[in-house]
Design a protein around this ligand. Structure first.
Ligand code: SAH
Length: 243
């Protein structure tokens, strides 16, 4: 019984390592090239943004491996293929002129920087509920991408994803990097017409779904106002409730 379990565990481990290895490299450009070859990066806009944002400035351990990594405070930087996927789904709304973008659970800061680099006229807000992670994101961005902070094109600050950012213009793109039990209503309200929210939804320990919500109109009827699409099964840390 124990031997069987051991063999199965070793097999699973070897598959995981093999999958990660497919998109592993020892440089940022090598990682991007691998993601492109594996058809995960599909557009020049996403490719350029990821080439210009060296993941080595955002994570200490194995930055060029296609796997999530710990960044402290019980948080992880998502795997590069998930970042590439989110950027691809949101590309059309990130690249509208003067786009307003919100990255919730900014964590390492990496994704918010990629978003800013996809559109020179965009303004990106990155928020996180953990002050230590806001500090980390700012520290990481300062290494090579300080111009984004200095110009005000990227703002990183403390904030709660269940609330979003009130009193601003509506957002063209909202990305949430942590799993919510249900769709946070304020985020739906803060979407511009034509704008998209990408958010993992589901309980911890259960299969979560990455969901895309597109705002179609201001109609009071949810089904007329929003188009909801289930994208794929995922596993994210929880979008915590600040009681
Ligand atoms: N997207 C980031 C980090 C993902 S980890 C990256 O790839 O680097 C999930 C992040 O969500 C953590 O930084 C965590 O602190 C943050 N988070 C969890 N609940 C939150 C909430 N209610 N509001 C804002 N951020 C939250």
């Amino acid at each position: 019984m124990f031997i069987n379990l051991l063999i199965v565990s070793l097999l699973v481990l070897s598959v995981v390592v093999a999958m990660a290895w497919r998109s592993s490299s020892n440089s940022n450009s090598g990682l991007v090239e691998q993601l492109k070859r594996n058809d995960i990066i599909k557009s020049a806009v996403v490719e350029q943004a990821m080439l210009l944002t060296d993941r080595g400035n955002y994570v200490y351990y194995y930055p060029y491996l296609d796997a999530p990594q710990l960044i402290g405070f019980d948080a992880t930087i998502s795997a590069p293929h998930m970042h590439a996927y989110a950027l691809t789904v949101l590309q059309d709304v990130i690249t509208v002129p003067n786009a307003k973008i919100l990255d919730i659970g900014v964590g390492s800061g990496y994704l918010a920087v990629c978003m800013a680099k996809m559109n020179p006229s965009a303004k990106v807000y990155g928020i996180d509920i953990v002050p230590g992670l806001v500090h980390l994101a700012l520290k990481n961005v300062m290494k090579r991408d300080a111009d984004l902070l200095n110009s005000g094109r990227l703002v990183i600050r403390e904030g709660d994803g269940w609330v979003g950012i009130e009193g601003e213009d509506k957002f063209n793109a909202i990305h949430v990097g942590a799993a919510a039990e249900s769709l946070p209503k304020p985020l739906l309200t803060q979407l511009a017409i034509g704008g998209k929210l990408v958010i993992p939804v589901g309980q911890q320990g259960e299969i979560q779904t990455l969901v895309e919500v597109k705002k179609m109109s201001d109609d009071d009827d949810f089904d007329k106002a929003y188009q909801v699409k289930n994208l794929l099964s995922v596993q994210y840390v929880p979008l915590v409730k600040d009681n």
